[in-house]
Ligand binder design. Structure first.
Ligand code: UDP
Ligand code: MG
Length: 197
């Protein structure tokens, strides 16, 4: 497996499992959220464009994110494979991404869905916020309002897109409510069945 797309809601554990996966599969981690946060921190034009949307918990406009992904995928380290984390996030992004992959002849090997129910996601987000605040850190998009907004966007835009893929032969369902170790083990098993190469 060299090309994977990781689906899941905000706080579903994508980042944690992505860190394991990129190490295990030796592919670069492409996290659109991480790229956007870096652009924002560097105050680039893209970062400034994205900032308001991110701080509100809304989706950054499709074209901005799609261009960003295209640029990242054009870098040499992405030629041999990648793990896509946080993108696509809605049906139109998914359609454009599929076309992009078709054009560059890079079919994905699997779509991994880390399923965590929205109520659990909400609880996790609030817990994380509390922990971060206690250690003196805080992400500007981690207010209770943005947490709720991100969850709403997930339920209204991202989840329907994910469910559209449910019957896809490359779709792998993972119960994301288990412990980190159990989720990792379950991903490992699923990938092994699909064949690591
Ligand atoms: N975001 C976006 N499109 C992306 C990735 C991120 O619009 O492809 C924005 C969006 O505003 C989202 C925020 O960045 O709420 C944080 O995204 P990330 O994927 O990092 O969320 P997390 O992994 O923390 O759940
Ligand atoms: Mg993330």
């Amino acid at each position: 497996m060299t090309r994977l797309i990781l689906f899941g809601g905000p706080g579903s554990g994508k980042g944690t499992q992505a860190a394991f996966l990129v190490d295990y599969l030796e592919v670069p981690h492409i996290s659109t959220g991480d790229i956007l946060r870096a652009e924002k921190a560097d105050k680039t034009e893209l970062g400034q464009q994205a900032q308001a949307f991110m701080d509100r918990g809304e989706l950054v406009p499709d074209q901005v994110v799609v261009d960003m992904v295209a640029n990242r995928m054009a870098q040499p380290d992405a030629e041999a494979g990648w793990l896509m984390d946080g993108f696509p996030r809605n049906t139109s992004q998914a359609i454009v991404f599929e076309q992009m992959l078709d054009k560059i002849n890079q079919p994905y090997d699997c779509l991994l869905f880390l399923d965590v129910p929205p109520l659990t996601l909400n609880q996790r987000a609030l817990n994380r916020r509390q922990q971060m605040a206690q250690s003196g850190q805080q992400r500007s998009d981690d207010t209770p309002e943005t947490i709720l907004k991100r969850l709403t966007v997930y339920e209204q835009e991202t989840l329907p897109m994910i469910l559209n893929y449910q019957k896809h032969p490359k779709f792998i369902y993972i119960d994301g409510t288990l412990s980190v170790e159990e989720v990792t083990a379950s991903i490992k098993r699923s990938i092994a069945k699909g064949g690591v190469n």
